[in-house]
Write a protein that binds this ligand. Structure first.
Ligand SMILES: [Zn+2]
Length: 453
């Protein structure tokens, strides 16, 4: 069995792992590189193996950095099945066409400005490509064994993190290979904790927060404090949030704080058509998360769900305190960009980030104290308060990951740390050496390792 790291090596995006066994090829995750231009350029390069030579794709979860390359893969000749959980399939029906739309917009913008090397600039893929690739999806229930190719048994286990997220166990040639995907936190109010892991010969583990421990605070206190102070001075709180998971968690916390009287009853808007659709999926997948039907309904009733473009624009002229949750989470695009342009130059407002900010994004720049960011070709001064809800992560930190791995009955033969910036991965390598005595490997991009024999 051979394993190649075609993405998420020494970086957090572009997750793609190639497993080759008995002349068959399986791709685990099919993610898009995001963030720095150097990384995004990799989306345009050919894979090290021809797409038509792959027999199957298996997905851990719906996030674009794990699935966003799929339309391109299918467009370039892959015609096999793509296995995922039921909720992942539903989420991809929303996320992939949106990713195609963003690619088209980016190409259009590049053409207008004339800054593309290609003339005319082409999108990596279109909305139509994204819709076409949805036909390849094959849903499988958690804990059900299936064979993406003959001789390989695969199972999805709950990973927490977001709706439908799984860690993957792959068994063949007497070898058990486990991919963590993204592992959620043990006490997430919306998602169940990750299912414990028992056995692995080879382990591929994420290391997003390999160098960080989430603060031991109740994130409600932070939200009540930051949002409360902004409202008191008459400001608007803009929360850039990922459409899947983060937006719903923020809705949950904010409505709870308002109901408990810890925040004044100001209007709360969810201004992201995609997040509105995803919120609806939470209502349809009762049992895949901790909220019951009533809790879901109450959460949605307390928040104004904005679909309409005109209403979205009207949110840039508010003169009363309000809370606006809007995508994208790293301020790389979407409606939240317009809100930041409007509200960031005025000191009484607050921009509250609520998740991981990848290198090279506006979110990262602002969280690190940038005095201005470039939006639509012009520099926007940042005078508003900028805060980062570090405790609101959807990823386990290195200690929580260690707790999950504590379930292993014996040490794996090899452990690879991926899905983390190099400093984070290296810190996690040291933590795991101290805690478990393991000698973890941080693979390089396109590195291939032989797992047995
Ligand atoms: Zn994820």
């Amino acid at each position: 069995m051979k394993l190649s790291f075609l993405g998420a090596a020494e970086t957090v995006t572009g997750s793609k792992y190639l497993v080759e066994t008995g002349g068959r090829r399986i791709l685990v995750d099919c993610g898009l590189f995001q963030g720095l231009k150097k990384l995004r350029d990799r989306n345009w390069r050919s894979l090290s193996v021809p797409p038509e030579s792959l027999d199957a794709v298996v997905l851990t979860h719906a996030h674009i950095d794990h699935t966003g390359y799929l339309p391109r893969l299918v467009d370039r000749g892959f015609d096999g099945p793509v296995f995922c959980t039921t909720a992942t399939e539903d989420l991809l029906g929303i996320l992939l066409p949106d990713a195609g739309y963003l690619q088209e917009e980016e190409a259009k913008y590049a053409n207008k400005r004339g800054f593309s090397k290609h003339d005319p600039a082409e999108p990596l893929y279109t909305q139509q490509d994204a819709r076409a690739c949805l036909r390849s999806l094959k849903k499988v229930a958690f804990e059900e064994t299936f064979q993406p190719v003959d001789g390989i048994d695969v199972r999805f286990h709950r990973a927490g993190h977001i709706l439908g997220a799984a860690w993957i166990e792959l068994f063949g040639e007497d070898h058990r290979l486990v991919f963590s995907g993204d592992i959620g936190r043990p006490n997430d109010p919306l998602m169940f904790p990750p299912k414990p892991i028992r056995q692995a010969d080879t382990l591929v583990v994420e290391s997003t927060y390999g160098d960080r421990m989430h603060p031991e605070v109740d994130v409600r206190d932070d939200i009540a404090d930051i949002v409360g102070r902004t409202i008191e001075r008459g400001g608007v709180v803009i929360i850039p949030a990922f459409a899947v998971g983060r937006s719903q968690l923020l809705m949950y916390y904010i409505t709870e704080l308002i109901q408990a009287g810890r925040l004044p009853d100001v209007p709360v808007y969810l201004n992201s058509p995609m997040a509105v659709d995803v919120t609806d999926l939470y209502r349809r997948h009762i049992g895949d998360h901790r909220l019951d039907e009533r809790a879901c309904r109450e959460m949605c009733q307390a928040v104004r769900l904005v679909q309409d473009v005109e209403e979205s624009k009207s949110l840039n002229a508010l003169d009363e305190p309000a809370i606006i949750i809007s995508a994208s989470g790293m301020a790389t695009g979407g409606r939240v960009i317009h809100h930041i342009k409007t509200y960031a130059p005025v000191a009484k407002h607050t921009i509250l980030f609520a998740g991981y900010q990848a290198a090279g994004t506006r979110g990262e720049a602002m969280v690190n104290g940038a005095s201005q960011v470039k939006i639509h070709g012009e520099y926007v001064p940042i005078r508003a308060q900028v805060e980062d809800l570090g405790a609101l992560s959807a990823h386990a930190d290195y200690r929580e990951l260690g707790d999950w791995l504590d379930g292993l009955e014996r040490a794996p033969e090899s452990v690879f740390l991926t899905h983390g910036e190099l400093t984070a991965a290296d810190a996690q390598r040291r933590h795991f050496r101290d805690r478990f005595g393991w000698d973890c490997i941080i693979p390089e991009l396109d590195q291939t390792v032989v797992l047995d024999g």
